[in-house]
Design a binder for this molecule. Structure first.
Ligand SMILES: [Zn+2]
Length: 109
């Protein structure tokens, strides 16, 4: 018997696939449900459909650990590529000069 248990409800298909990937690298088989419905309806944008993730009962405990980590994962602290200021992970812009956190340091000076 292959029995699938719902472990997570993703807000959209993108999130569902991100989490599916995180689970699969840990060797957990994942089924997404909800996407077929989205395709059948046709009219709704993909991100309006809630997708649920299902795993085998033996994988529930590990899945929940991974999900918890996924949801709580703190963003790492970072150093501004412009002024070198240390910023907490919750900042998206450098508090000192306003540089975007996503601009990575290209070369060491
Ligand atoms: Zn800065």
């Amino acid at each position: 018997m292959s029995e699938w248990v719902r472990v997570y409800q993703a807000a959209n298909s993108l999130e569902a696939h991100a989490i599916k990937g995180a689970l699969e690298v840990s060797g957990i088989k994942v089924q997404l449900k909800g996407e077929a419905l989205a395709g059948a309806l046709g009219e709704l944008p993909a991100n309006a459909i809630e997708v649920t993730l299902h795993v085998r009962p033996k994988d529930i405990t590990q899945s929940q650990l991974i999900l918890t980590r996924y949801q709580q994962e703190p963003r790492p602290d970072w150093y501004c590529s412009h002024c070198g200021e240390h910023n907490a992970g919750s900042f998206e812009l450098c508090w000192q000069c306003g540089q975007d956190a996503k601009v990575l340091q290209s070369e060491e000076s």
